[in-house]
Design a protein around this ligand. Structure first.
Ligand SMILES: Cc1cc2nc3c(=O)[nH]c(=O)nc-3n(C[C@H](O)[C@H](O)[C@H](O)COP(=O)(O)OP(=O)(O)OC[C@H]3O[C@@H](n4cnc5c(N)ncnc54)[C@H](O)[C@@H]3O)c2cc1C
Length: 471
């Protein structure tokens, strides 16, 4: 019997991780990766600034309680990992910079104290009285929008000033467009538990349950940083995965169609040249693309996946000669109800990451765009840079023009992130059901098991493992 032939569509993190996993298990496997763009990495994209390699897509990953660091260590990249400075983030609301609330879950508090500086006295009183209000009609195992739930229990200020800013930083969507179980699963689980135990289901009680479960830090131990990053950017990771996978990576290969016969899967499309059928196929593209690609081979999954929508955003990376006057914080989230400001967040990268601070000057990433608001993502480059500089000055007082704008990079991410709506998990379950009888096919990517780097890696590894088990 000859070597097993694998095709992978998409050379983003999911596709490359899957390729590496297959190679580890089967040194003889034939692995062909087809990538539509002229480069690998997808939403991981390290740009060569004159001052050093700089990430213009994902910039960090959640290191705490994720297996990602072990995976990177296994790849031989432990020495490339760096920790943040620990500088705090701020939120811009009511025309002022304020501290982000401590405790709670995704900015949702269990009582008013952590958020009193961010909300009106009426809202603070409402939060504290929530436990006495009529219970939430919570369906165990179900999902609702985060925005709808928090708005109903605590009022709009908590959603618009705090929760949407924090969730928007991860998902490029407001809390109204995201599901509780889909994006804050520990809170959904706490609500389930209250309902199952026959206790009164309230938001404050569920958040309190989450807070109580957090393992207190051992005061003597060195705290594990919550986030980590790659010293020279994510290129270190995607290049290592590509190399170690030993896969044959075809760039500028846009897969447009997949068919299947007794010999296996056949791929076609502009720039796609293959030397025959593939017994195993992993589709690692964004949800709408995957929906189109699997139309013939898994029509039910295709139909379900079509409902997944994407959120777009644009990043403006700016390197300044001087950092004088830039706040000593890691960044600012902008409340959704700040009409004067167009940016949704700023990362003060040179403050957040000591290895970037060492380059001298200031490195700042401005981000714009939320789900449902693509117009700004299409704006002309000059307008975006002006908006970034004006908003930065308005929010922090830092005059970027006077500080010497040495380098600028504008990166647009059309459809950069899948929207994890209240229906998302049910959709994903349907998609999985729909491919259960398509032997040799796996689907993976940011829509499948979480958008964060560790979640994408875990899902891709599991998908590859299922195919490897087929022999
Ligand atoms: C702006 C931004 C910032 C982020 N920041 C962070 C962060 O700090 N930390 C974190 O953990 N996560 C972050 N994320 C999320 C994370 O980067 C992504 O979820 C992850 O990289 C997605 O990987 P993927 O392989 O699923 O998809 P992608 O990276 O989208 O890869 C899919 C690949 O498929 C290719 N493709 C598409 N169609 C075809 C086709 N027809 N034929 C062939 N190839 C095709 C694409 O070109 C692409 O290379 C961020 C995301 C964005 C957009």
């Amino acid at each position: 019997m000859g070597a097993t032939r694998y095709a992978i569509i998409g050379a983003g993190l999911a596709g490359l991780t899957a390729a590496h996993e297959i190679r580890k298990a089967d040194p003889e496997a034939v692995i062909h990766v087809f990538e539509a763009e002229d480069r690998i990495g997808g939403k991981l994209f390290t740009v060569p600034f004159a001052s050093g390699p700089t990430d213009m897509g994902a910039e960090a990953y959640l290191a705490l309680r994720s297996g990602a660091t072990d995976f990177f260590t296994e790849l031989g990249l432990a020495d490339e990992l760096v920790s943040p400075s620990g500088a705090r983030s701020l939120v811009y609301t009511g025309g002022e910079l304020k501290a982000l609330p401590a405790g709670g879950v995704m900015g949702i508090p269990s009582h008013s104290a952590p958020v009193v500086h961010l909300v009106s006295p009426e809202t603070a009183a409402r939060i504290d009285a929530e436990g006495d209000a009529a219970p939430i009609d919570w369906q165990v195992g179900g999902d609702v929008a985060v925005g709808a739930l928090v708005r109903e229990r605590y009022g709009a200020e908590v959603v618009d000033r705090i929760v949407s800013s924090l969730l928007g930083g991860v998902y490029s969507s407001s809390a109204d467009d995201l599901g509780v179980r889909a994006t804050v699963p520990q809170l959904a689980q706490a609500l389930d538990e209250l309902a199952e135990a026959g206790e009164k289901v309230t938001l404050s009680a569920a958040v309190k349950l989450c807070e109580d479960r957090r393992t207190p830090r051992d005061p003597g131990a060195t705290p594990t940083p919550v986030f980590a990053a790659f010293r020279n950017g994510y290129a270190t990771l995607y290049e290592a995965l590509a190399e170690k996978s030993g896969a044959d990576i075809h760039l500028d290969a846009f897969v447009a169609g997949i068919t299947r016969d007794l010999r296996g899967f056949h791929l076609s499309g502009p720039g796609v040249s293959t030397d025959g059928a593939y017994e195993r196929l992993i589709v690692a593209t964004p949800a709408p693309t995957t929906a189109v690609l699997i139309r013939q081979i898994a029509p039910e999954s295709s139909a379900a996946l079509k409902s997944v929508q994407l959120a777009s955003s644009v990043l403006v990376g700016m390197k300044f000669d001087s950092d004088e006057g830039l706040p000593e914080n890691s960044g600012v989230l902008v409340a959704i109800d700040e009409p004067e400001v167009q940016a949704k967040a700023f990362t003060f990268s040179s403050r957040k990451w000591p290895h970037l601070g060492e380059r001298g000057g200031a490195l700042v990433r401005a981000s714009f765009g939320r789900f449902g608001d693509d117009a700004i993502v299409r704006a002309e480059e000059d307008l975006l840079v002006d908006a970034a500089l004006d908003d930065l000055a308005r929010i922090t007082g830092f005059d970027g023009r006077a500080a010497g704008l040495a380098e600028i990079y504008v990166q647009r991410w059309f459809g950069g992130l899948p929207r994890y709506s209240a229906e998302h998990l049910a959709t994903v379950a349907k998609v999985r059901d729909g491919i259960s009888d398509v032997h040799g096919l796996e689907l993976t990517g940011a829509w499948a098991g979480g958008v964060g780097v560790p979640a994408v890696i875990d899902h891709a590894r599991a998908a590859a493992a299922r195919l490897i088990q087929l022999g």
